[in-house]
Design a protein around this ligand. Structure first.
Ligand SMILES: C[S@@+](CC[C@H](N)C(=O)[O-])C[C@H]1O[C@@H](n2cnc3c(N)ncnc32)[C@H](O)[C@@H]1O
Length: 286
């Protein structure tokens, strides 16, 4: 029954314009490459997008697996196709995200995949950000609208042109080259405002509920929501780990016994300088 439920939950079809809005940034990196869409049928907008690039002579080829009822991404046939490909681009089934990513990383291939933003807080996924094996794409965070075969009572939809589309908070995850995020301009202070930054019960760190409140003058561990990754710049902060990796009880953080949403722990670099969009240098307060 759980499998049937997962299968139904996996049927979210990505819209062409959302694929183009992200993938158009990587045309140089797709040039002359073989693209594999390994969770897609010939009706998939990923396949349509890459067939267009092929007809324009930008990519060498696009191959696809047939989606559900086609070739399972874990099957020997699909793995053989993966080995022939240069870049994997798709929106894989959410229920198999962990297995999917493990296979992708092991393959050593380049990839650009769409996934639920909560995947960032998975214990087996987050370390890939720390090691630099995964980063967020251009459109990081925020909802996209997906075509769905059935409307279910417990999900959020938006009706566009008379068609209900599922609203899902997603991120693009990739190991292709992307520019470093601009980082944050910090304007808040911890010292003098300690009561705004309570410490957790189960780790010696301060809680910051909103990214814009990260203080400029705190050198210890800081717990932030996963949306921090949307402006994470390695020149400014060090990623220390997830709540479930670092807390005393390897669980979510609590404050006065109240359990919080997933937290990422960061530590400020002593003085950080990052390039901004215009290649000017922004110096962050030490
Ligand atoms: C989130 S949907 C996205 C479909 C398509 N990639 C898109 O973005 O429009 C994930 C797709 O993976 C397919 N799928 C589920 N399990 C699979 C498996 N083991 N191997 C390959 N595809 C699978 C599902 O049928 C589903 O259509």
């Amino acid at each position: 029954m759980q499998r049937a439920k997962n299968t139904k939950n996996d049927e979210f079809y990505t819209q062409y314009q959302d694929i183009a809005a992200e993938c158009d940034h990587y045309l140089d990196q797709f040039r002359n490459k073989v693209i594999y869409c390994n969770c897609d049928t010939e009706c998939s907008n990923f396949v349509r997008y890459f067939l267009n690039l092929k007809s324009q002579g930008i990519i060498r080829d696009v191959i696809w697996s047939g989606g559900l009822g086609g070739i399972d991404f874990r099957s020997p046939e699909s793995v053989a196709m993966l080995q022939q490909a240069d870049v994997v681009v798709t929106n894989p089934p959410f229920s198999l995200f962990r297995q999917y990513v493990a296979q992708l990383i092991e393959s050593g291939k380049q990839f650009l995949i769409l996934g639920n933003q909560n995947a960032i807080s998975y214990k087996d996924f987050f370390p890939l950000f720390k090691s630099g094996q995964v980063r967020l794409g251009y459109k990081s965070f925020g909802p996209l609208l997906f075509d769905v075969p059935v409307v279910e009572p417990d999900k959020t939809y938006k009706v566009v042109d008379g068609v209900p589309r599922a609203v899902v908070a997603v991120c693009w995850f990739t190991n292709l080259q992307t520019p470093d995020k601009n980082g944050l301009v910090l304007s808040k202070r911890y010292f003098g405002n300690e009561s705004c930054y309570p410490k957790y019960d189960n780790i010696d760190a301060i809680n910051v509920g909103r990214i814009k409140d990260i203080p400029m003058d705190y050198d210890g561990l800081i717990g932030v929501p996963i949306t921090f990754m949307g402006c994470y710049n390695p020149a400014q902060f060090v990623l220390m780990g997830l709540d479930e990796e670092l807390t005393d009880n390897r669980d979510r953080c609590t404050i006065n016994g109240q359990r919080l949403y997933a937290r990422i722990f960061i530590r400020k670099k002593s003085a950080s300088v990052v390039a901004n969009d215009n290649d000017n240098l922004t110096v962050f307060a030490a």
